[in-house]
Design a protein around this ligand. Structure first.
Ligand code: HEC
Length: 133
């Protein structure tokens, strides 16, 4: 789900009605294959829970407001992920650098964890589609 930002202003006796919600198709769930070792993914899971879950939702399922990391473009490459999480290229948008708290290896382990979560959810979605046929 994506956030739908709208400003509502109320007037006593007003009769206006809310316009219909715009149809927002979910971004596709199309992660890179999960190839990291289980120990790496386990480290990523612990660090994700400690540093990321508060904003990006526990279990990386995506909050309704902040980016769903399973669907993030920067999941595709270690460099793009590191630019955001280590270097803080999105810090002016509210996504701080974590270089003071996490090593580069831990940041990459978190990416491995999110990739693994995304692949697990993609498998569930694929199963649902088969079941519906
Ligand atoms: C205080 C809240 C907060 C925390 C904690 C946080 N983030 Fe973010 N994150 C954000 C916000 C806000 C954005 C959206 C920035 C934007 O719109 O450009 C974001 C965006 C991102 C993006 C870019 C998504 C994309 O579409 O490419 C990545 C990757 C990311 N965060 C990873 C992480 C990781 C990994 C952690 C834990 C180490 C983390 N974030 C912790 C708030 C947070």
């Amino acid at each position: 789900m994506r956030n739908i930002s709208r400003l509502l202003v109320f007037k006593i006796g007003g009769t206006a009605k809310l316009p219909a919600e715009p149809a927002l198709a979910d971004l596709p769930l199309d992660p890179p294959p999960s190839t990291a070792a289980p120990e790496v993914i386990a480290v990523g899971q612990v660090k994700y829970g400690r540093y990321c879950a508060v904003c990006h939702a526990p279990g990386a399922v995506g909050s309704t407001v902040l980016p769903d990391l399973r669907r993030a473009g920067s999941l595709e490459s270690a460099a793009a992920w590191s630019a955001v999480v280590h270097d803080g290229v999105l810090k002016n948008n509210g996504m701080a650098s974590f270089k003071g708290s996490l090593s580069k290896e831990e940041i990459e382990a978190i990416r491995a964890y999110v990739i693994s979560r995304a692949n697990a959810d993609k498998a569930i979605e694929a199963g649902r589609k088969v079941a519906r046929r």
